[in-house]
Design a protein. Structure first.
Length: 100
C-alpha cells in the first residue's frame, strides 16, 4: 500500500473514505484514536473544492472527531491542482507514450 512508505516520517498513516469504500470516516477516525496520536493531521485527497470538500466530508468528520475527542487535530486544504499534480499528469502521459 502506498501509505506504508510514510511510516518513518509519520508514526501512523492510514486512510478512510467518504463514500462506498471502507473504512468510512468514522471508522478511520476511530482507528486513529486507537493509535493514540499526539496530533492527527487530516488531508483531503480531492483535486477540486466541490461539495465533498465544502460540505460532505464535514458532515461525517465533525461528529467522528467529537466522538474521538483527540487532543489535537489539524486539517489541511484539499490537494487541489498544485503544480506538482500537473507535473505528475504530464509524467503519466509520457510513460504511456514511451511504452507504446
Amino acid at each position: 500500500m502506498l501509505l506504508k512508505g510514510y511510516s518513518p516520517t509519520y508514526r501512523n498513516v492510514s486512510s478512510c473514505f467518504l463514500e462506498i469504500e471502507e473504512p468510512n470516516i468514522e471508522q478511520g477516525i476511530a482507528k486513529c484514536k486507537n493509535d493514540n496520536p499526539e496530533v492527527l493531521v487530516v488531508v483531503f485527497y480531492f483535486l477540486h473544492e466541490g461539495a465533498h470538500v465544502k460540505r460532505d466530508i464535514y458532515e461525517d468528520l465533525n461528529p467522528a472527531l467529537e466522538k474521538a475527542n483527540l487532543p489535537k487535530v489539524l486539517i489541511t486544504k484539499h490537494i487541489g491542482t498544485d503544480e506538482k499534480m500537473i507535473d505528475l499528469v504530464l509524467e503519466r502521459a509520457k510513460e504511456v507514450e514511451d511504452a507504446n
